[in-house]
Ligand binder design. Structure first.
Ligand SMILES: C[S@@+](CC[C@H](N)C(=O)[O-])C[C@H]1O[C@@H](n2cnc3c(N)ncnc32)[C@H](O)[C@@H]1O
Length: 211
């Protein structure tokens, strides 16, 4: 079945999409096929990295890049904090495409949905267009609980996620800022940037974990 008409979300969907599209599986399928992936990634990076850099307080050393896909930004996050970045990605074929770099490691999501990090191991948890893919009942709540577990008290949550008002696909659930604030009530999320991704409005939301 072509990806664009895939009827359901979840890991099966992302595995099939990776088999079909390779590294392009991680970007919005509405981008024209001729759109260069490196160029598109550079465009995303130009928003995601400066807005994150502005929020760091200099104490951060470990970033969890949750749903890192083929690691488009994982090495950037390690470099930004001058420390480590742990890319967490459930799809093995995408982890295999992710570039190795100093301070970077990639880990699988555990089969029960737990994140492969110790309690409080991360100073920062980042997602770039990942939470919108959590469409199954309870999946966002489970992920939110895991994010809270692995983030140290006072650690930074930083999400670039789709906030479109219309739901185009079964595999993608855009949510409002209010919906994210209520899924992460302990983080006091606020919008710090925005960008357009193939006409999908992306909000960059950030907040620190309440102590
Ligand atoms: C649209 S892609 C974005 C990948 C990457 N953040 C980027 O911007 O290049 C969404 C990613 O989330 C991953 N994913 C799906 N379910 C997940 C889950 N429960 N926890 C973490 N990641 C998940 C998918 O396998 C996929 O790689």
């Amino acid at each position: 079945m072509p990806v664009a008409s895939a009827a359901r979300g979840g890991l099966e969907y992302w595995t099939r999409r990776a088999e079909e599209l390779g590294a392009r599986a991680v970007v919005n399928i509405e981008h024209p096929v001729g759109r260069d992936l490196e160029d598109l990634t550079a465009e995303h990076r130009s928003v995601v990295l400066p807005a994150l850099a502005a929020l760091l307080d200099g104490t951060e050393r470990v970033v969890c890049d949750l749903g890192c896909g083929a690691g488009r930004f994982t090495a950037d996050f390690a470099a930004l904090v001058g420390g480590r970045a742990i890319g967490v990605e459930p799809v093995a074929a995408l982890r295999a495409l992710a570039p190795q770099a100093p301070g970077v490691s990639y880990r699988a999501l555990q089969p029960d949905g737990r994140l492969p990090l110790h309690d409080g191991e991360a100073d920062v948890v980042v997602t770039v267009t990942v939470l919108g893919g959590l469409v199954a009942e309870g999946e966002l709540a489970q992920t939110a609980a895991e994010v809270r577990r692995v983030l140290r008290p006072g650690g930074l949550l930083y999400f670039a996620e789709s906030v479109s008002r219309s739901r185009q696909y079964e595999h993608w659930a855009p949510r409002t800022l209010e919906a994210y604030r209520s899924a992460f009530p302990w983080a006091d999320l606020a919008e710090v940037a925005q960008f357009d991704d193939a006409k999908d409005p992306i909000s960059v939301l950030a907040g620190r974990a309440g102590i």
